[in-house]
Design a protein around this ligand. Structure first.
Ligand code: NQM
Length: 352
């Protein structure tokens, strides 16, 4: 399925081995990793198209289904459950209805989802005319051609720290950063503090080796400060370069996930950026143009923009916390069938 601006293979948990090492070895073979082109599997040779969702009924009374997100590395034999994915999340509700885990309503269906990676909850609501998922619709999202049915995703406020280092600004390697987590650990950096404009193409930024070195140093230290330990092999935290908006939005972004530069922006990544912009004194607050009269924040990115509803509670005597986060995505079933993984040679899977 395509979920938002990502694409992945969605599985019922019961169809995969329960043992993580066996499951990950199978997923590497299904996706065709490790291989730059993922030529022998389903993966699309980019982190955004090498994703897996594992869905099962939930034992949590507040959720209908559990969603475990797995990032399958393209060029390394690694499968990681250390991050969540809000784009792939957009396909979880429709998949749950297709597989009979959740009954469809006659007009629309709301599916309560527990995101196993973080323990956070989300509710996805999408049209089901006549009790069937209908992927056709008029919603357009930047980075995806055409239109499809809208999937409205609401995130209740989490109870984690929005500013995991306890500071609005930390200085790492001489650069001011804000470390923020509203569903995705993210490091906000002013693009000009790294001698780029923030309007470059993802490809130009990826080819800038000096920038890559700086980002690597900043990310390792930020991960430590955010309590994530040694993040050298982890896909979090993400790094978002910020510049003033150019197309009427709140801010321009270029996000590293963490080595490749995102062609748009992740949903939870955007939720974290939006929350960060709303907190006084952060790196983003000084760059963004925020309208305090509305919750809507338009995040500009390389292929357009992502609108996210985000509000933050700021009190004088306590740390800021997220009040509300919501987003509209689309999702589409592309193929339903049987995958034939390449044969197992020896277990290659490294689980992180
Ligand atoms: O932040 C890519 C994506 C993502 C993550 C990444 C995402 C999110 O766009 O919620 O969706 O940051 O690795 O799929």
């Amino acid at each position: 399925m395509r979920g938002g601006t990502s694409k992945g293979a969605y599985f019922l948990a019961g169809d995969l081995p329960a043992e993580p090492a066996l499951r990950d070895d199978l997923l590497l073979r299904i996706m065709g990793s490790p291989d730059d082109r993922q030529i022998d599997g389903l993966g699309g040779a980019h982190p955004l198209t090498s994703k897996v969702a594992v869905i099962s009924p939930s034992a949590d009374p507040g959720a209908d289904v559990d969603y475990l997100f797995l990032q399958v590395a393209v060029d390394r034999p690694e499968v990681s459950d250390r991050q969540n994915c809000g784009n792939i999340l957009a396909g979880v509700g429709p998949f749950a209805v297709e597989r009979g885990l959740v009954p469809a309503g006659q007009e629309e269906t709301a599916v309560r989802i527990r995101m196993v990676n973080t323990g956070d909850l989300a509710t996805a609501t999408f049209p089901t005319p006549g009790g069937r998922v209908d992927y056709k619709g008029g919603a357009a999202i930047s980075g995806v051609p055409g239109t499809a049915a809208p999937v409205v995703i609401e995130f209740p406020p989490g109870d984690g720290e929005l500013l995991p280092t306890g500071n609005t600004v930390d200085v790492i390697d001489g650069v001011e950063v804000t470390c923020v987590d509203n569903g995705m650990p993210t490091v906000l950096i002013a693009a000009d503090s790294l001698k780029v404009t923030g309007y470059e193409t993802p490809r130009d930024l990826e080819e800038d080796e000096t920038l890559a070195d700086r980002l690597r140093i900043i990310r390792l230290e930020a991960g430590r400060l955010m309590g994530l330990g040694d993040v050298s092999d982890a896909t979090v935290p993400k790094l978002t370069l910020l510049a003033p908006p150019r197309d009427g939005g709140a801010v321009t972004t270029r996000t590293f996930i963490p080595v490749r530069c995102h062609t748009s922006i992740g949903v939870l990544g955007a939720a974290s950026v939006a929350a960060g912009l709303r907190i006084e004194g952060t790196v983003g607050a000084g760059i963004a143009v925020i309208d305090p009269a509305t919750d809507r924040v338009r995040i500009e990115h390389p292929t357009g923009f992502l609108d996210i509803e985000s509000s933050v509670t700021a009190t004088a005597d306590g740390p800021p916390s997220a009040r509300r986060t919501a987003v509209v995505r689309t999702a589409r079933k592309i193929f339903d069938g049987t995958v034939f993984p390449r044969a197992a040679d020896r277990p290659t899977g490294g689980h992180r």
